[in-house]
Ligand binder design. Structure first.
Ligand SMILES: [Fe+2]
Ligand SMILES: [Fe+2]
Length: 503
């Protein structure tokens, strides 16, 4: 471990004088709170940090297995509370008025704007580095690196926060001393990992991940500095809002092609039969779809509560399910499926664009009337949306704790099939509402964007039928467990959705 920590130290020195850090600590005519605007290009990460700690850094029910897991989990308990500190400063700094965004603008900024695509890619990459590192020694190295970067950043934001506090008399808890006192720069608060001997494999894995964490955060810091300086030079977010926070309004839609047999397997290789059986049981066990009294109210609720899944799944397909360097036809086939479902990173077009058309047709911005901070609260912290975060954690955990394309494939199929159980009757309601309202609901009626992503020919990959591949017992076990956990999370979610009323 000493060797790994030496690598962390080297990087600590390298990032200390990052231009973002120096800029944050500069004392000149620029009001210090304007320097903190960089964080609005980092919000998705800051708020997601709670989930990352709660579900992925902490060992959860397995924390008691040994003192290493316990130490990492104990630190995560503290860190998962910091997203709330950010929200307190959000209010103190008056950022609701600064941004003046409607809920759909908040959603677009966080989940689909091209200005924040790099952040989403890096946040997903960091989450992957944590989730894949199940071994506590390796996870410790990853978290130690993230904490080192956090500590370096907060030592510099404290300078800006201090000047702000002296001028206004208002205290900043996230950006100032209060948070820094809880950010020691270390992944654990005791000596659990001191002197730990690593095997060569553990050491290689840990060092590789440490370097990756620092590279990602270094890149992110550079990008945030550029974006913050642009924003400052434009005098605030008005120009940015028009260009980067305004969601698409008109998106040509088409009816989907006939049922895609790749996503709806009916036959499997005999070894995979237990997986298909588990899926059939899972779908049969979902709560029955109940017809609502008020169709528009139900559709609004469905759209609102599913917003993060719908929009967040773009990053899931692009950066979590796909293989950055596919090594065989099966991995290339999975990448092709991910492009079809998630769109290309550089095109911006995907089925999720339709979501905003429905949002406008159902007048959700007007119905909710929520401030940006209320929307952030709803997405990341609200008890009402906890089952959605739980489900997201199950899916991301199972996709990332394996490299096996068959398990990743079944995760997609299970999500689609479990969703369809309610999405299809909801589509029937949406078609009724379209006629009543005289406005289009392409997303809820399950249409696709007319602009489909092109794929280069790859007949070998196209011939892959994942369900027909021979697999070993471990893959079957993983896939069955994944389906059972997803089904449980879906049931909890569906039960939570039914009684909630908006407003
Ligand atoms: Fe923190
Ligand atoms: Fe921390």
């Amino acid at each position: 471990m000493e060797h790994v920590l030496r690598v962390v130290d080297e990087w600590r020195n390298r990032i200390e004088d990052h231009p973002l850090h120096r800029w944050l600590a500069t004392d000149d005519d620029l009001p210090p709170e304007h320097r903190l605007w960089f964080a609005l290009y980092f919000t998705n990460f800051i708020m997601y940090f709670r989930e990352m700690n709660l579900y992925h850094i902490s060992y959860g029910e397995r924390r008691g297995l040994d003192r290493h897991r316990e130490a990492i989990s104990a630190h995560a308990d503290e860190d998962m509370t910091h997203s709330r500190l950010f929200m307190r400063d959000f209010a103190t700094l008056g950022w609701d008025d600064l941004l003046d965004w409607r809920p759909s603008e908040v959603l677009h900024w966080l989940f689909s704007s091209e200005v924040t695509e790099g952040l989403r890619r890096r946040t997903t990459a960091l989450a992957k580095l944590v989730i894949e590192a199940d071994d506590p020694a390796v996870r410790y190295a990853v978290v130690e690196s993230i904490e080192t970067c956090g500590n370096a950043l907060f030592r510099h934001t404290t300078e800006a926060a201090g000047r702000y506090e002296r001028r206004t008399g208002r205290r900043l808890v996230y950006w100032g001393e209060f948070h820094l006192a809880r950010e020691t720069g270390h992944a654990v608060d005791d000596d659990a990992f001191d002197g730990l001997e690593l095997t060569p494999v553990q050491r290689r894995d840990a060092v590789r991940r440490v370097e990756r964490v620092f590279e990602l955060i270094d890149e992110q810091n550079s990008e945030m500095l550029t974006l913050a300086q642009e924003t400052v030079s434009q005098g605030g977010f008005a120009a940015r809002t028009a260009r980067h926070a305004t969601p698409p309004r008109e998106v040509p839609a088409v009816d989907p092609p006939a049922r895609d047999s790749l996503l709806h397997p009916t036959e499997t290789h005999p070894a995979q039969r237990p997986i298909l059986d588990a899926l059939h049981r899972a779908v049969a066990g979902l709560p029955r779809f109940e017809e609502p009294d008020d169709i528009v109210e139900r559709l609004r609720r469905t759209l609102l509560f599913n917003a993060t899944d719908t929009l967040g799944s773009i990053s899931l397909y692009r950066y979590m399910i796909s293989y950055p360097w596919p090594v065989d036809a099966a991995e290339r086939a999975l990448n092709r499926l991910a492009v079809r479902l998630g769109g290309r990173a550089d095109s911006g077009v995907n089925r999720r664009s339709l979501f905003y058309v429905d949002w406008a047709s159902l007048e959700l911005d007007e119905t909710l009337g929520w401030s940006p901070s209320r929307m952030l609260e709803f997405i990341y912290l609200d008890a009402a949306t906890e089952p959605w975060r739980d489900l997201r954690a199950v899916a991301t955990h199972h996709i990332d704790s394996t490299r096996n394309p068959v398990v990743r494939y079944w995760t997609i199929v299970a999500m689609k099939s479990l969703n369809a159980a309610h999405a299809e009757p909801t589509a029937a309601l949406a078609r009724v509402a379209e006629r009543q309202l005289g406005r289009p609901l392409p997303y809820l009626t399950l249409k696709l964007t007319a602009d489909r992503p092109g794929l280069e020919p790859d007949p070998e990959a196209d011939a892959i039928r994942f369900a027909d591949l021979p697999v070993d017992a471990d893959v079957v076990d993983r896939a069955v467990t994944m389906i059972e956990e997803l089904a449980h999370a879906f049931r909890c979610r569906q039960e939570a959705l039914m009684p909630t009323r908006l407003g």
